[in-house]
Design a protein around this ligand. Structure first.
Ligand code: ZN
Length: 225
C-alpha cells in the first residue's frame, strides 16, 4: 500500500541533522522505518551533510587523534548512516483490546518506555511514551467507530498511523501516513469500521472547540500530556 502523507523535506533535513525534538525524532524516525521513499531522501541528505562536514571534521580530528582513531571514527559515522539501516529487523508486538500490533523498529526500540494504557472518552485508549528528556509522545488507539471531539492545537501536532485507518474532515490516513497539523487547523479524527493505532506528539495540550466537549478543556492536559 502506498503511503501518501509524508514529512516535508524541511522536517527530514532537520531529522538528518539532529535538530528535531526527541518526540518529533521518534515520530519521524518511525515513519522512515515504514517509508522507503523518505528513507531514500534522508539517505541523500545525510550523504550531502556528511560531504559538507567531512573536510572540517577530518582536519579537526587529525590534529587531535591518531590516524587509526580517525579511521575508526569515520567508520562509525558511515556505519550509523540511514543508508545502512535495515528497515526490517525483529519487531516487537503490542497487545491491546484483543488486538496485536507489530511495532516498527524505532518504536520497538522504545517499547520499554510505553506507560500504562488508559481508557479515555468514547472508544479511545492512550498510553504515554516518555523520552529521556521528558519529551512525551502518546500512543493512541481508536477502536472502530471512535471519534475524538473536534479540537484545535496550541502547538504543532504530528500524528503517524502505525496500523489501521482513520479519517478527519480532510482525508483518510492509513499505515505509515504522517500528518502534521498546525495550530490553526480544527479537526475531528474518527474511525469507521476499522480500528487504528497512532503515535502522536503535541507541543501543547489539545483545545476542544465544540459543544459539550468544551467541558473537557480543563482536563485536556491530563488526557494528552
Ligand atoms: Zn515518507
Amino acid at each position: 500500500m502506498m503511503i501518501k502523507s509524508h514529512p516535508g523535506e524541511g522536517l527530514l533535513y532537520q531529522y538528518a541533522s539532529g535538530d528535531l525534538s526527541a518526540a518529533m525524532t521518534l515520530v519521524v524516525g518511525t515513519h522512515i522505518d515504514m517509508c522507503k521513499a523518505c528513507r531514500q531522501t534522508v539517505c541523500e541528505i545525510e550523504q550531502k551533510l556528511c560531504e559538507e562536514n567531512l573536510d572540517t571534521l577530518v582536519s579537526v580530528a587529525s590534529t587531535t587523534m591518531s590516524k587509526s582513531q580517525c579511521d575508526q571514527m569515520l567508520e562509525a559515522i558511515f556505519a550509523s548512516s540511514a543508508c545502512n539501516k535495515q528497515a526490517h529487523q525483529p519487531n516487537e508486538m503490542l497487545s491491546l483490546e484483543g488486538r496485536r500490533f507489530t511495532l516498527p523498529r524505532t518504536l520497538a526500540h522504545n517499547s520499554h518506555r510505553i506507560g500504562e494504557w488508559s481508557k479515555l472518552v468514547g472508544k479511545l485508549w492512550r498510553a504515554p511514551l516518555t523520552l529521556d528528556n521528558g519529551n512525551q509522545t502518546n500512543l493512541i488507539y481508536m477502536a472502530p467507530g471512535a471519534k475524538l471531539p473536534e479540537h484545535t492545537h496550541k502547538g504543532k501536532e504530528a500524528t503517524l498511523v502505525i496500523d489501521g485507518v482513520f479519517n478527519d474532515e480532510q482525508s483518510e490516513y492509513r499505515d505509515g501516513d504522517f500528518i502534521l497539523l498546525d495550530p490553526s487547523r480544527t479537526h475531528t479524527p474518527e474511525t469507521q469500521d476499522e480500528d487504528c493505532l497512532t503515535l502522536a506528539t503535541l507541543d501543547a495540550p489539545l483545545h476542544f472547540t465544540s459543544g459539550i466537549s468544551r467541558l473537557l478543556n480543563p482536563f485536556s492536559q491530563l488526557f494528552f500530556r
